[in-house]
Design a protein around this ligand. Structure first.
Ligand SMILES: Cc1cc2nc3c(=O)[nH]c(=O)nc-3n(C[C@H](O)[C@H](O)[C@H](O)COP(=O)(O)O)c2cc1C
Length: 314
């Protein structure tokens, strides 16, 4: 596929990144994506530091291709995690949910490549100032935590493209070669996909979560929790209780109480599909089967090439 700046930066064959995802992105998923020529990321957000170390070591044993770790910057034990990143010689880190200024220099000083996730051009400019190597611009179609701006990928990518010259990765609502090509047409040089890999065989999410997410129709997810952190969720019992509370003006503390402890673990990992927090993206309504990473990567790269060819002859 395209040997572009993203491929060269990370040393990968296809400019396809599997976003780090809480309760989904363990060593099986990360190594399978890397082995298929993309970039697999471990999702540190749901791992205790020593669990992360274990997943890093298993990833090293399962692939000799490039891979990386996603660290949401609100992670409570940042010092321990950074110690492990350094000791285990992690080559690539994708940071999210915080300021890129905080750790980029520290990571660069250790020879680690850094990409940062943003939801607006304003934050993309901050990434450029912080000296990151690449930007992930994520539209609010995406599963999980989202930007307050509610910018779609279609509107976000061209504006971030104009705002920065850095290598640009599009995310949010992308699960096909067609959508990947569209992202490239808008100015991206790579794509980060979450939902499609969360619902793969290698994802560590529960079967109940995968079944529930592949059963939804259009409109089956919605953004909520703007008073805490805007999050796209499947519309289950918990979601209904949250939106009722939001409609009557519940404050952040009440919403936190309603969510309860470990809400995303309950929904994604333990498979309590009615009362757990079911983070998933809009594009889940277009995913009806639970496939292996190899099949997903083959499908997307084939669709990409065929669609590119078709567009040329239009
Ligand atoms: C279940 C789930 C958990 C996620 N957890 C994280 C996370 O821990 N850190 C992060 O930066 N992004 C997280 N994301 C976002 C993904 O990394 C990715 O950017 C996003 O899913 C892309 O949009 P898509 O879902 O439409 O493919 C999560 C997404 C999902 C679906």
């Amino acid at each position: 596929m395209d040997n572009n700046r993203i491929c060269r930066l990370f040393g990968i064959e296809h400019p396809i990144i599997a976003g780090g995802m809480v309760w989904c992105s363990g060593w099986r998923l990360a190594s399978a994506v890397s082995n298929a020529g993309g970039l697999g990321l471990l999702g540190a957000g749901s791992m205790h530091p020593e669990t992360l170390r274990e997943h890093i070591r298993k990833t090293k044993g399962a692939t000799d291709k490039p891979w990386g770790v996603n660290i949401p910057l609100m992670y409570p034990e940042m010092d321990s995690v950074l110690g492990i990143i350094e000791e285990e010689r992690v080559p690539i880190v994708f940071t999210s949910a915080g300021s890129p200024k905080k750790y980029t220099r520290w990571l660069h000083d250790r020879g680690i490549k850094v990409a940062h996730v943003v939801s607006s051009s304003k934050f993309a400019i901050k990434c450029e100032e912080a000296g990151v190597d690449a930007i992930v611009a994520e539209g609010f179609e995406a599963g999980g935590h989202n930007g307050r701006e509610e910018s779609t990928t279609m509107t976000l990518i061209p504006q971030v493209r104009k705002a920065t010259t850095l290598p640009l990765i599009a995310a949010g609502g992308i699960a096909s070669g067609q959508a990947m090509l569209a992202s490239m047409a808008l100015g991206a040089e790579g794509v980060q996909m979450g939902t499609v890999f969360a619902l793969s065989k290698e994802s560590s999410a529960s079967d109940a979560y995968k079944q529930a997410c592949t059963a939804i129709d259009e409109g089956g997810t919605m953004l909520c929790l703007k008073k805490i952190a805007p999050t796209r969720l499947l519309r289950n019992g918990l979601f209904n209780r949250i939106s009722e509370a939001e409609a009557r003006g519940a404050n952040a503390d009440e919403l936190r109480q309603l969510l309860g402890a470990k809400a995303s673990k309950r929904g994604i990992f333990e498979g309590d599909t009615e009362n757990g927090e079911m983070e998933i993206g809009q594009i889940a309504s277009d995913i009806k089967t639970i496939d292996s990473v190899e099949d997903i990567m083959n499908r997307i790269t084939t669709e990409y090439k065929e669609t590119k060819q078709r567009i040329i002859t239009l």
